[in-house]
Design a protein around this ligand. Structure first.
Ligand SMILES: [Cu+2]
Length: 189
């Protein structure tokens, strides 16, 4: 065997070793990723949903909590401020929501047709609205003023025109207004 042959043989062996090492690394990455998928799937499947409240969307406008006359902002007998709203293609009802500043405000909302959602300005209010389910969350608004509340789940051709306004009013002004009416909105009538 010539020296050149020996070199070629050695190079081949080095290449084969490197390739085998690479094969091992790639296999390890694949095994790790599949294991992560299995573990997270089993973990999530084993977790109970945090809270599920359903509502019959066929009767939404006729009876129950989400009839038109019950939508808007309410001061409950306990003093808790609750906003009830419904999303539909392509609007929110009510389209103008009044909330007090610096007060915990609970939202109860649902959708009548497709999956919708909303964010309120730059606050942490950000949720999905799924037909048949009641979405609830509680938040606080610090700065008085009017903020936009766009739908942020693509819900059809009119999606980009789907938004409401949220009017954050000073606490005392809000409770003075709420004294006279059962449900408060800032929709011009
Ligand atoms: Cu929408």
């Amino acid at each position: 065997m010539s020296a050149a042959d020996v070199n070629a043989l050695r190079a081949e062996r080095v290449a084969a070793t490197a390739e085998r090492r690479w094969l091992f690394i790639v296999s390890a990455i694949l095994v790790l990723l599949v294991a992560m998928m299995i573990v997270t799937s089993l973990h999530w499947a084993a977790m109970p949903p945090s809270r599920v409240e359903t509502v019959d969307i066929r009767a939404l406008h006729v009876q129950g909590e989400f009839v038109d006359s019950n939508l808007g902002t309410a001061v409950e007998p306990s003093g808790q401020v609750t906003v009830r709203l419904v999303a539909q293609q392509y609007s929110f009802e009510p389209p103008c929501i009044v909330v007090p500043a610096d007060t915990p405000v609970s939202f109860r909302a649902t959708s009548t047709d497709a999956i919708h959602g909303f964010v309120i300005g730059t606050t942490n209010a950000n949720t999905m609205l799924v037909p048949g389910f009641v979405t609830t969350f509680t938040t606080r608004f610090h700065k008085p003023g009017t903020v936009l509340m766009p739908c942020h789940e693509y819900c059809g051709v009119g999606h980009e025109a789907m938004w409401a306004h949220v009017q954050v009013v000073p606490t005392q002004e809000f409770f003075a207004k709420a004294r006279d009416v059962r449900r408060l909105t800032c929709v011009a009538r």
